[in-house]
Design a binder for this molecule. Structure first.
Ligand code: FAD
Ligand code: NAP
Length: 303
């Protein structure tokens, strides 16, 4: 029986693993890929405080697993496929094993959806981005395109309009689905040019993005842009716990300030939880909060 099982080895899960094991808890972390999480896909990270000259997300995350293991956190390369609660304990199943724990921390993150244009994957990190807070700074006084018509696309277009020289906001229909108040702000922002009824066919460039080809009212149109920000929705990785905890209308796990979910003993941390700002530093903070409170819970309940 483990004190804590953590599912997901991104910044939230690895920090939870570090804190739980360092506080003396018997801790298991399950990660289906290589530990590190989605930041390992990023070629740049400039906003993790105290770490000033790392070259990439991969480099930033390099020592996190070993730091947790140093205090006894077991890390296994296994995918959790089922989670059940039995009395006061959790059972986590992987394709080959079954593990038991007193508490569970779910830190499986969320995944930005792809728009599906030619070159999208090839140019990710080379001009195609899914995070304005992370990458916006690289486009100071440059020209960017934002794809999407929801709240995220419009809010991020407004954010980028304060950094970039010009923002093309490209939407596949002639109406946004974002809140009217956000739409009003976008319509009133001089350096945002809205292009309705358009989809991106392809992105082109050499080493980095240099432009996009649009399908606009049935015709092709070329736009010179330095970057493309894709905001066409998020997939919250909540499958394992969606029948155990309360979710909000977007499928994010509801938590309180202790990272407690509606299920006793089950905590959520990082991008999977409601109102996450989806940043490494915030995910790490959540992981620490969840682990500390999970151990307090074990003590209080005398498990
Ligand atoms: P994740 O990092 O998504 O980790 C979740 C982990 O859970 C993954 O490793 C996944 O494999 C694992 N997992 C999922 N399901 C299972 C399962 N069933 N069993 C086992 N394991 C499972 N943030 C910044 O602060 N600064 C930046 O500059 C920045 N740049 C970014 C650039 C890119 C391209 C991307 C995609 C994101 C960027 N972010 C940045 C955001 C940051 O990466 C996330 O906020 C952060 O990684 C969230 O951490 P997390 O631990 O909640 O989730
Ligand atoms: P969303 O509401 O699902 O919007 C996705 C947008 O992308 C839609 O406009 C959609 O077009 C477009 N789209 C989807 N697939 C596409 C594709 N392949 N190519 C081009 N365009 C595509 O996603 P979101 O904006 O991330 O928001 C998710 C949820 O969070 C929403 O419920 C939103 O209200 C909420 N949210 C709220 C706030 C806030 O309250 N401040 C902030 C952010 C997000 P169509 O419109 O044609 O479908």
């Amino acid at each position: 029986m483990y004190d804590v099982i953590i599912i997901g080895g991104g910044p939230a899960g690895l920090t939870a693993g570090l804190y739980a094991s360092r506080l003396g808890a018997k801790t298991l972390l399950l990660e289906k890929l290589t530990p590190g999480g989605q930041i390992t896909l990023s070629s740049e990270i400039e906003n993790y405080p105290g770490v000033c000259d790392v070259k990439s997300g991969l480099e930033l995350m390099m020592c996190w697993p070993a730091q947790a293991q140093k205090f006894g956190c077991e890390i296994k390369s296994e995918e959790a496929v089922k989670v059940q609660k039995e009395n006061s304990h959790f059972i986590v199943k992987t394709p080959k094993n079954e593990y038991k724990s007193k508490t569970l921390i779910i830190a499986t993150g969320s995944t930005p959806k792809k728009a599906g244009f030619e070159g999208e994957i090839e140019y990710t990190g080379k001009g195609v981005s899914y995070c304005a807070v992370c990458d916006g700074f690289f486009y100071k006084d440059k020209i960017v395109a934002v794809i999407g018509g929801g709240d995220t696309a419009l809010e991020e277009a407004l954010y980028l309009s304060k950094i970039a020289k010009k923002v093309y906001l490209i939407h596949r229909r002639d109406k946004f689905r974002a809140a009217p108040v956000t739409q009003k702000k976008v319509f009133e922002t001089e350096n945002i040019e809205i292009i309705f009824n358009a989809t991106v066919k392809k992105v082109f460039g050499n080493q980095f993005v240099e432009g996009i080809i649009l399908n606009l009212n049935g015709e092709e149109k070329e736009l010179k842009v330095d970057g493309v920000f894709v905001f066409v929705g998020m997939k919250v990785n909540n499958e394992l716990v969606k029948d155990l905890v309360e979710l909000n209308e977007w499928g994010e796990v509801k938590v309180n300030l202790k990272m407690e979910t509606s299920q006793k003993g089950l905590y959520a941390a990082g991008d999977i939880r409601e109102n996450s700002v989806k940043q490494v530093v915030a995910a790490a903070g959540d992981g620490a909060t969840a682990a500390i409170n999970a151990l307090k819970y074990i003590e209080k309940e005398e498990l």
